[in-house]
Ligand binder design. Sequence first.
Ligand code: ZN
Length: 204
Amino acid sequence: MPESADEVYARVLAAAADGRLPVPAMSSWDIYPWESVCGAVVPKQLRAPGTEQPREGEPGGKPCWACDGFSPERIVWEDEHWVLTSEPEPSGLPLVLVLWTREHYDVGDFDDEHAAELGRIANRLVRIVEAMPGIGRVHVNRWGDGSSHSHVWFFARPQGFDQIKGSYAVEWDEILPPVPQDVWRADLHTVATKLANWGGTARA
Ligand SMILES: [Zn+2]
């Protein structure tokens, strides 16, 4: 089962005794909107707009790696039309899962049957993960600015931390030290087997 809030906090203090964790790699990303100027954190200057670059899987963009198939160690659960994946290693939040279509569609291009399947699976997944102890909420996100192959993110945030909420929970996923491997793998297994109660095959 996921760590309790006290266990999460103990893990943070083990990594940083005063609770101030190292700056994550995302602070150097071009899309990161903040910078330090004369000791103050301020928004970056906004550059003038340009042409949108093609995404992975679009004409002129990089090939769609999702269409090449997912490596088995990433697959948590799958059925005929959908594949649920995780990153190969745990990150800071208790669980981060991504639901992909097996075929190359973008969100917005589904027929009604696929759209209904997405709703059913997303609803079940949120219900399963939010019922696990130590989980405060599951945030469901679709961005799609990198890959044009439809994928929806599920970020489970820990319970009890007032700062780890809303879209900022995604940033804390990069800041918090990784969840222990054994805890993370057991939780992936729980999610996979519970989701498979409605169909599909558990792989984690
Ligand atoms: Zn694709």
